[in-house]
Write a protein that binds this ligand. Sequence first.
Ligand SMILES: Nc1ncnc2c1ncn2[C@@H]1O[C@H](COP(=O)(O)OP(=O)(O)OP(=O)(O)O)[C@@H](O)[C@H]1O
Ligand SMILES: [Mg+2]
Length: 186
Amino acid sequence: MNSIRRDIRRPRPLQEAARRAAVIRRANRRAAGAVTPVRRAMSRRRSTFKAKAEAKEITFDQQIPAGCEVTAHREGLFHVFENLLDNDVKHSPRKRVIRLASKTREDGRMELSVEDQGPGIPKEVQNRVFERFFRVDVSRSREAGGTGLGLAIVKHLMDKMRGEVALTSEEGKGSVFTLILPKPSI
Ligand SMILES: Nc1ncnc2c1ncn2[C@@H]1O[C@H](COP(=O)(O)OP(=O)(O)OP(=O)(O)O)[C@@H](O)[C@H]1O
Ligand SMILES: [Mg+2]
């Protein structure tokens, strides 16, 4: 339990916060609601986690159909996926699979899910992982090079896009991050 705490003493997170604040400012300036093809938003440019995934022999099970579209800000959605997939790759053991899926909800919105087979996140902190600088296990996260900003950015961007993000996770089994966004109207 001692390892579950905030760590705001190191200078690096603050520099990182400034750099990422620029991403948020850019996203804020643009309209939230453009028709965005999900798969293109995910692979728009070279992603930072890909080399790490290759080194750990982690594979992606891409189940999102090519025609899947949501109403979102494309760069914002790209950063959301970057942060979620970076976390999954960072925390998953070697040779695991990361699954990406989509479905239309009963309320007509799109649900996009990112599921890993990593260590999971304890129930008692699941509602805190979206706070800035919060890290579940400080020693493990330091080893993995985290600053605790990624999920706070995900939450902020999803709010801006009038979407939602939710987490379900079981320790020892893995985590599922679910994104809910409006579907483009025909
Ligand atoms: N897929 C995951 N599996 C297990 N733990 C996770 C996962 N995603 C996030 N976490 C936990 O939640 C914490 C917060 O994640 P967040 O992305 O905000 O920060 P970070 O990855 O440590 O740093 P940053 O994203 O700024 O590089 C992480 O430190 C980690 O402890
Ligand atoms: Mg992260």
